[in-house]
Design a protein around this ligand. Structure first.
Ligand code: ARG
Length: 564
């Protein structure tokens, strides 16, 4: 099925097996202009090697290339241009999709290796922010894509449920808190307390001391502190769970920062044994000047541990318990330094597996060009965003298709899908501007556009009562008009592979946009349902498009309603 591979194998034989087929394969290009064929092999490197002109070599080789898959071979300007046999190639592809359905384009290079994915990881007692939304959506898609490539993903929600902020929160709660209010509206109320703490501390610095001492008590297992902490955590998780349910995201572990409390001494001891801990400003740090990084703080003067210490314990725990081939951290790029330090410290400790840890950073979500922050109350609450998006989708459906059954379910699939797609269509490093109107458009590069294209294709199949069975042998379609769409379908597996290798779901989002556009163009130009000898072939193509669009959306964590 892989035509580049086939061409490389033929060239390998023609060149007396002098150059490895894999190397030849890398040279093969896909011309942008279809007049230059479906594949092109540049002969310039060979020309240097053989001291002949590129055109002469191209000519010599092209005369000997013979395969049913390659219909026509041309030589132009030192290139061998290859035209695929459209009928043969399309039909075998379509039959493959019909046979494999959702399994189509599955890959196995992951070889069952475990990939741990640290994703979402919101902070207890704080609202679920846009940054956490990005991490959730990107991490979830990375997990789905990894699975499609034969890896075993393991999704960890590294909850921010420990740290000095809990000392501040307990202080604030004890001074100004109201249990009833917290029960009714936990995150809003806890956030208000946290904000009040930060306002008051500016004029009353004893609060800072008080906060630090409550965190110390928490770390030392003080009962009152622990009870309050547990309560804040439970209430927060209840709220987060509603968001995860809306978004259809599940986790394999909720081991957050607090989980590593009893695993921290071991880290400090190991660092001491390896003579990596040094004192600096009354704190214990690992010096990373060799690595040209600032020192990594391990323990404060009062003995309290830090974010980095907990991440060191977590990394070791993951390696020992999951034996990962790769350990990913889907966290905003503002934490790049933290992860560089983390990996550097583990490297210094002699752990070779630290090389398999990858920080997968992403850009910020902006509103009117500015960062959306949680501290000052300028925050957009994610649950509100999702519910608003669902309501807008519902409104659109009411306008476009008032008789639709299960409108509520479809509105949820479209509304949530729109938010996810808007996030994933950009290269993850880009900052993105938040705009519900933009997300929910039915035209342009949006989730609803792809979903709508899928639903339209499904409706064609329904009208025709299409049953997905292999194409008849004596079928007479030339596949000329279908070629653009068929060749797009062939790009699905390579797009999945690239998305997996680069930890970049946007490659799949862009791919399904291309496919949806290609299909809509075909739909505008060809009468699909016309009764003639090619009807079955056209329907099979439409069916293949539905399979790939649905699977592409699934890999992004988005559902595909059959009617909308
Ligand atoms: N809770 C952190 C935050 O909101 C993100 C945690 C990321 N994961 C990690 N292992 N450090 O900034």
């Amino acid at each position: 099925m892989n035509h580049k591979k086939e061409l490389a194998a033929i060239l390998y034989g023609l060149l007396d097996q002098e150059i490895p087929a894999a190397q030849l394969e890398i040279l093969i290009e896909k011309p942008k202009n279809p007049d230059h064929g479906d594949l092109a092999f540049p002969c310039f490197t060979l020309a240097k090697l053989k001291r002949k002109s590129p055109n002469v070599i191209a000519q010599e080789l092209s005369e000997k290339i013979q395969s049913a898959t390659f219909e026509r071979v041309e030589v132009v300007g030192g290139y061998i241009n290859i035209f695929l046999n459209k009928k043969l190639v399309s039909e075998s592809l379509i039959n493959q999709v019909i046979a494999e359905k959702g399994q189509f384009a599955g890959l196995d290079f992951g070889k069952g290796g475990t990939v741990t994915i640290d994703l979402s990881s919101p902070n207890i007692a704080k609202p679920f922010s846009m940054g956490h939304l990005r991490s959730t959506v990107i991490g979830n898609a990375i997990a789905l894509i990894a699975e499609k490539c034969g890896f075993k993903p393991f999704k960890i929600n590294h909850l921010g449920d420990w740290g000095t902020q809990f000392g501040k929160l307990i202080t604030a709660y004890k001074l100004w808190g109201d249990a009833e209010k917290v029960k009714q509206n936990p995150i809003k109320e806890l956030l208000a307390l946290y904000i009040k703490f930060h306002e008051e501390v500016e004029s009353d610095s004893t609060l800072e001391v008080e906060g630090r001492s409550w965190f110390k008590k928490l770390e030392d297992g003080n009962e009152e502190a622990l009870l309050l902490w547990q309560w804040f955590r439970d209430e927060s998780l209840k709220e987060f769970s509603r968001i995860y349910e809306l978004m259809n995201v599940e986790f394999d572990s909720f081991a957050g920062e607090a989980f590593y409390n009893d695993k921290m001494d071991r880290i400090v001891n190991l660092l001491e044994e390896k003579k990596l801990l040094v004192e600096s400003d009354h704190a214990m740090v690992v010096d990373l000047s060799e690595e040209q990084l600032p020192p990594c703080l391990i323990k404060k003067s009062d003995g309290a541990t830090l974010y980095a210490t907990r991440d060191l314990a977590a990394a070791l725990y993951r390696q020992e318990n999951y034996d990962f081939v790769q350990s990913l951290y889907v966290v905003g790029h503002e934490q790049s330094l933290h992860f560089k330090q983390l990996i550097a410290v583990l490297g210094k400790m002699g752990y070779e597996w630290a090389e398999n840890m990858v920080h997968v950073p992403f850009g910020m979500m902006l509103k009117d060009g500015k960062k959306m922050s949680t501290r000052k109350g300028k925050v957009v609450l994610l649950e509100e965003v999702l519910n608003e998006s669902i309501a807008m989708a519902r409104h659109n459906i009411e306008e476009k298709n008032p008789n639709l059954k299960n409108k509520d379910q479809v509105a949820k699939q479209v509304g949530v899908g729109a938010v996810i797609f808007h996030d994933l269509k950009n290269n993850r490093m880009n900052d993105i501007e938040f705009s519900l109107e933009e997300m929910l458009r039915f035209e342009g590069e949006t989730g609803p556009y792809v979903q709508y294209t899928f639903a339209r294709a499904c409706s064609i199949l329904r009208k025709a009562n299409y049953l997905a069975v292999v194409l008849p042998e004596n079928e007479s379609t030339t596949w000329e008009k279908e070629w653009k769409v068929a060749s797009l379908l062939m790009e699905f597996a390579p797009a999945i592979k690239r998305a997996c290798e680069n930890h970049d779901p946007s490659l799949i989002a862009k791919y399904i946009i291309d496919l949806a556009q290609g299909f809509n163009k075909y739909y505008a130009e060809v009468k699909i349902l016309e009764e003639n000898e090619s009807l079955e072939a056209r329907l099979a193509l439409v069916f293949s498009v539905t399979v790939v669009l649905k699977e592409g959306l699934r890999l992004l964590g988005i559902e595909a309603p059959e009617e909308m």
